[in-house]
Write a protein that binds this ligand. Structure first.
Ligand SMILES: NC(=O)c1ccc[n+]([C@@H]2O[C@H](COP(=O)([O-])OP(=O)(O)OC[C@H]3O[C@@H](n4cnc5c(N)ncnc54)[C@H](OP(=O)(O)O)[C@@H]3O)[C@@H](O)[C@H]2O)c1
Length: 252
């Protein structure tokens, strides 16, 4: 039986990963802050799919709690075959309108946790000669839009490099770049669905189905849906300064 560790599995994209991986027969290790919600999710997954589910409550901002998750990934007695670095959040306000601690917490979850958990998983996986990592980034990584985009750009660059570095050691690394997806992400930021036109909103289950297929095929980047494939390709062709000026046009 293969084991997958998913961060942020209690809502949105992470929850879709947990359900689809359980459906494929993976046993699961679930990591998020809200213990009650984790337990409820675990019970639902055990009943629906008959898989073993371990709950590991942790705030990824907290270095000691993050270390317990890293230790779980590098435990040779309990190998983890697939790591899904998915947990994340955004900040509604602009960089200087947030406290530096709020910015730091976002960086801790989006970058530091991804780096430290990847370090732990890649060590164990390359030792065994097999394994996989899916890093949930964003199409925002291709656009210069504040510190969230900058953090996701790290995830893209790191994943692209790691996928080539560790493929010869049997580890597949895929970077998933979703566009606007119907989850709790915008609600938590107190941003309404009106922030993007209807056709731009993706369904988390469909997004994850595509991501898992792309990962199984060994793809480095998974950019589900045609509209976001066009946006990310265009963004890679147009210089960052031009994009930034274009994005600034509507601002007061
Ligand atoms: N939704 C979008 O439009 C969109 C677009 C592009 C990329 N993404 C990316 O997709 C990923 C998943 O987002 P989502 O849209 O599914 O968000 P979501 O519905 O808000 O779910 C976020 C998950 O992350 C967990 N989490 C948040 N902060 C955490 C922390 N400090 N420590 C541990 N777990 C934490 C939450 O659980 P707890 O609150 O219990 O900790 C929850 O399970 C994120 O990396 C996000 O940046 C989202």
């Amino acid at each position: 039986m293969s084991v997958a560790l998913v961060t942020g599995p209690t809502a949105g994209i992470g929850r879709s990963f947990a359900h689809q991986l359980a459906e494929q027969g993976y046993d699961l290790v679930l990591v998020a802050r809200d213990k009650e919600r984790l337990e409820a999710e675990a019970a639902e997954l055990r009943t629906a799919y008959g898989v073993a589910v371990e709950v590991l409550p942790a705030d990824l901002v907290d270095r000691a709690e993050l270390a317990t998750v890293a230790a779980r990934l590098s435990d040779p007695a309990r190998p983890v075959d697939l790591l899904v670095n998915n947990a994340g959040f955004g900040l509604k306000k602009r960089f200087l309108d947030n406290t530096v601690d709020e910015e730091q917490a976002m960086l801790d979850v989006l970058v530091t946790a991804v780096m430290r958990l990847s370090h732990a998983a890649l060590g164990a996986m390359s030792e065994r000669g097999s394994g996989g990592i899916i890093n949930v980034s964003s199409v925002a990584a291709f656009l210069p839009r504040g510190s969230y985009s900058a953090a996701k750009a790290y995830v893209n660059s790191f994943s692209e490099w790691a996928s080539r570095e560790y493929a010869p050691r049997g580890v597949t690394v895929t970077c998933l770049c979703p566009g606007f997806t119907k989850t709790e992400f915008h609600e938590r930021m107190q941003v309404g669905r009106g922030s993007a036109p209807d056709f731009m909103w993706l369904d988390a289950d469909e997004l994850v189905r595509t991501a898992l297929k792309d990962h199984a095929r060994g793809k480095v980047f998974s950019i589900p849906s045609p509209q976001y494939k066009v946006i990310s390709t265009a963004a890679r062709l147009i210089a960052g300064g031009v994009l930034q000026r274009f994005q600034g046009l509507g601002r007061k």
